[in-house]
Design a protein around this ligand. Structure first.
Ligand SMILES: Cc1cc2nc3c(=O)[nH]c(=O)nc-3n(C[C@H](O)[C@H](O)[C@H](O)COP(=O)(O)O)c2cc1C
Length: 189
């Protein structure tokens, strides 16, 4: 059964959600409680398998949960959620229930213990595929196991951190699919 409001999103297209460089909410479950953190350092690594690189440092409670569980959900918020998302990145789950405090709604995932974020337009259920650079560089390679999109909210689109507490969204798009001659297959639905 699909999580309420979401439909399956093709795993081979997950890079399309991450390649624009969205601010993410990382949902984890440490065995006792679910938590959320804000993430700006992320990138796609491979189309297939759908691998994503994510920086989560030991200063985050989420780091412990990610290491111990080997799982997380990457949720993609739109700009209307920006204030709550920034607050979630300035508060720790060590002492705060950020779901309740910042009005995010957890809904059960299909394959991982961490919940999806109902308010986000996309949710990627992930497992840790490679943690060899986690100690030295806090770099986690995640594999998307299941992806979900909310068709009603999809148009809102992601937003981006400019690195200084300012954010951008809804930038102009330029359609150059006809020039993607070597990469035609990426331009198809
Ligand atoms: C806009 C923004 C982007 C952030 N990006 C990252 C990031 O890429 N990696 C990271 O480890 N922390 C990042 N943080 C910081 C964590 O979200 C923050 O330390 C948070 O309080 C961790 O929560 P936790 O202790 O509940 O895990 C970011 C914070 C903000 C506000």
């Amino acid at each position: 059964m699909n999580p309420a409001g979401f439909t399956p999103y093709p795993l081979e297209q997950v890079h399309r959600l991450i390649e624009p460089g969205p601010v993410l909410l990382v949902s984890t479950f440490d065995g006792r409680r679910a938590n959320l953190m804000t993430n700006g350092f992320n990138m796609p690594v491979s189309h297939q398998p759908p691998l994503i690189a994510l920086i989560v440092g030991p200063w985050d409670h989420s780091h412990t949960a990610l290491r111990e569980s080997g799982q997380c959900v990457l949720a993609i918020p739109s700009i209307d959620l920006a204030a709550q998302v920034v607050d979630a990145g300035n508060t720790s789950g060590r002492d705060t229930d950020k779901w309740r405090r910042f009005s995010f709604t957890p809904i059960p995932a299909a394959t991982v213990d961490a919940p999806l974020v109902a308010e986000c337009f996309a949710n990627l259920e992930c497992t840790v595929a490679d943690d060899r650079l986690a100690d030295d560089h806090h770099l986690w390679i995640l594999k998307a196991e299941r992806a979900w999109i909310d068709p009603d909210r999809r148009g809102a689109g992601e937003f981006h951190h400019r690195g200084d507490g300012t954010f951008s969204a809804n930038a102009a798009t330029v359609d150059l699919r006809h020039r993607m001659t070597k990469w035609q297959h990426l331009t198809h639905d």
